[in-house]
Design a protein around this ligand. Structure first.
Ligand code: S3P
Length: 434
């Protein structure tokens, strides 16, 4: 494991292009695989997680051609996924592990597939996708109580109305993908809005996707007709730079080409509410479903911070950025609390435990609760060592904490950042002038 020391930064200046969005890259590759025509994907994320997706779709019969303007994927189409003679290894990618069963379970011509991943994937709950798929008629075996590896046999599925117990874009997407293969209509009802990239892409692929409040439905399709897909920059990756700019006095940065989709930018609204200066056109919440993924340029500067409470409804819109809210809370006046975020315990690591222990080790006054954490701002952070636990977002959190700390932070396991953001170390260094 590699260690990297982040010393206190005098300030951050400059511009950075957000790396390609991870959620959209996974979905672009999967929907291209399901499409009847070749699909050009530009700005595909080349990171560990999304390489796992490219390898998975290749094993399922996709031909990938690298061109100067992007990747061209020629898939087997909606109902002709190939059967590799080996298990599909999703690596660390939860999104791949949870979306792929939706496509494979609905292969009415039969076939069987085994999906497996790393130690973190084998700990994460898969019953949340297996349960609704079984209601649709899927044949899936799990290891133990809803754990990977999954063994899936293709079947003709029937549409269903599924009320999700937790807001999860991965579960919603899995059921919608199965829904376009299943007979009749499939409807998913969420307890709160989560990212809607799958809905937008399906709409773009010719599917009649209907959204009514927190319910989304699709009907059976003969084929999917995707055209080219341009992947915008990732707001979850850019959030680390944005947080650093808000935390370190005298900073001002520009983030270019970032997805502005309202279901992804909850963190930037929290950042503003806490006193960070964020200027740029983020999409407004709650508009009609469109096939577009809006893009923005953000101008972000330091501001004195005040504590805030992040409530359950906001959680899915900022789920991957909540570790940064804990860090911001250390520097804010008063208390910062995150509620209704028990899902954090089920991410690449138990992010309530790893964030609370990690920041406390750097001097933070922070406590875990059953469904989140409470931080009392002390105006700063001493520094020390932060273990990444193989979790990419923890590794990047440690780096930002170091820049804003008094004595610097050694990140133990910085290489984990490559899961979603291989250029992270260099991009952050370009902003600090290091
Ligand atoms: C993702 C959805 C979120 C998020 C994950 C990516 C996606 O998970 O935490 O990093 O691409 O759909 P849940 O949908 O399980 O909340």
């Amino acid at each position: 494991m590699s260690r990297r020391f982040y010393r206190p930064a005098p300030r951050l200046r400059g511009s950075v292009t957000a790396p390609p969005d991870k959620s959209l890259s996974h979905r672009a590759a999967l929907l291209a695989a399901m499409s009847s025509e070749p699909v050009l994907i530009s700005n595909y994320l080349q990171a560990q997680d999304t390489r796992s997706t490219l390898e998975a779709v290749q094993a399922l019969g996709v031909l990938v051609q690298e061109r100067a303007d992007g990747l061209v994927l020629r898939g087997p189409g909606l109902r002709a996924a190939a059967e590799p003679d080996h298990p599909i290894d999703v690596g660390n990618a939860g999104t791949l592990m949870r979306l792929l069963p939706g496509w494979l379970a609905g292969q009415g011509g039969g076939g069987s597939w085994t999906l497996d991943g790393d130690a973190s994937i084998r700990r994460r709950p898969m019953g949340r996708v297996v349960d609704p798929l079984r209601l649709m008629g899927a044949q899936i075996e799990t290891a133990g109580e809803g754990l990977a590896p999954l063994r899936i046999e293709g079947r003709n599925l029937e549409g269903t109305e599924y009320r999700m117990p937790v807001a999860s874009a991965q579960v919603k997407s899995c059921v919608l993908l199965a829904g376009i293969l299943a007979g009749g209509r499939t409807t998913v009802l969420e307890p709160a809005a989560s990212r809607d990239h799958t809905e937008r892409l399906l709409l773009r692929g010719g599917v009649d996707v209907r959204r009514d409040g927190l319910s989304v439905s699709v009907v059976c399709q003969d084929e999917l007709e995707m055209d080219s897909i341009a992947v915008p920059g990732d707001p979850s990756s850019a959030a680390f730079h944005a947080a650093a700019a808000v935390l370190v006095p005298g900073s001002r940065i520009v983030v270019e080409n970032m997805a502005a989709n309202w279901t992804r930018v909850g963190f930037y609204r929290i950042l503003e509410r806490m006193g960070g200066i964020v200027v740029g056109p983020l999409e407004q919440a709650g508009g009609p479903l469109t096939a577009d993924e809006p893009v923005c340029e953000l101008d972000i500067s330091h501001g004195p911070l005040v504590g805030t409470t992040v409530e359950a409804d906001e959680v899915p819109l900022a789920i991957d950025e909540l570790p940064l809210v804990a860090l911001l809370g250390c520097f804010a006046e008063g208390e910062t609390a995150v509620e209704g975020a028990q899902e954090l315990r089920l991410k690449e690591s138990d992010r309530i435990a790893t964030v609370v222990d990690g920041l406390r080790g750097l001097g933070a006054d922070i406590e875990a609760t059953a469904d989140g954490f409470v931080v009392r701002g002390t105006g700063g952070l001493r520094g020390g060592t932060l273990p990444a636990h193989g979790d990419h977002r923890l590794a990047m959190l440690g780096a930002v904490a170091g820049l804003a700390s008094q004595q610097g932070v050694e990140v133990d396991g910085i290489e984990a950042a490559a899961v979603s953001y291989p250029g992270f170390v260099d991009d952050l260094a370009s902003l600090t002038g290091a």
